[in-house]
Design a protein around this ligand. Sequence first.
Ligand code: IPE
Ligand code: IPE
Ligand code: MG
Length: 249
Amino acid sequence: MKTELLEAQLLAKIDLDRLPKHIAIIMDGNGRWAKRRRLPRIAGHRAGIRAVRHAVEACARLGVPFLTLYAFSAENWKRPQTEIKLLMALLREYLKKEIGELNRQNIRLGVIGRVADLPKAVQADLDTAIDKTRQNTGMRLTLALNYGARTELVDAVNALLAYAGSNGSAQVDEDAIARHLYTHDVPDPDLLIRTSGEMRLSNFLLWQVAYSEIWVTETLWPDFQQENLFQAIIDFQRRERRYGGLGLA
Ligand code: IPE
Ligand code: IPE
Ligand code: MG
């Protein structure tokens, strides 16, 4: 079936009044995509950028308010230097090329993770892109870079300890923790997508996904199209979210 037709058919099944507020994606499978084509891993990362564009555009077009993309984990530094260097170069290229498109789509860019430990040039490009999209009022696109959920919790605990030290209070509740996470101004994800079939969280948003609906697809990230995103949302809308209660039944 032609892609546009399939997309239109899937789109018609989506209830626009019940969209997930926040979609988070673990973009996985770039390396395997390249390997299957006997290409270097970086070719998979480059193809992955096209999929980023599809996902961003699909979410913005639907009116999803928050999209978070796991782009580089705190553990990804274990990879060969050459791959890391190329990933950082691709990220810089994306940030520079994409500002115009983000502005056209009224998208505001944000970042979570230990940004200060990224190469200085990457930090500068991030600052520019965030600054140039700051005034936008549409979707909030958050890139998770040098992000690890455990590191995030450690940073939150240290911030809380510093606060308690200055204020004499030692009581911490869920709200206090949530307020000190990198995601303090973003709601918890309703829908968590992972590509390439892996059934794990890989240290992504551990606190925030407590009640997220998880959707895993075998599709490798570079092959991810708008239709995959629409299918994830359709499946999400068929789920019954109970939060430990008895639900609707
Ligand atoms: C995801 O693809 C992108 C990053 C983690 C940066 P991978 O590079 O993990 O691809 P696979 O898992 O090896 O196929
Ligand atoms: C998770 O993918 C991190 C990102 C998508 C950025 P990985 O490929 O790093 O995860 P593992 O190593 O398979 O758990
Ligand atoms: Mg991987």
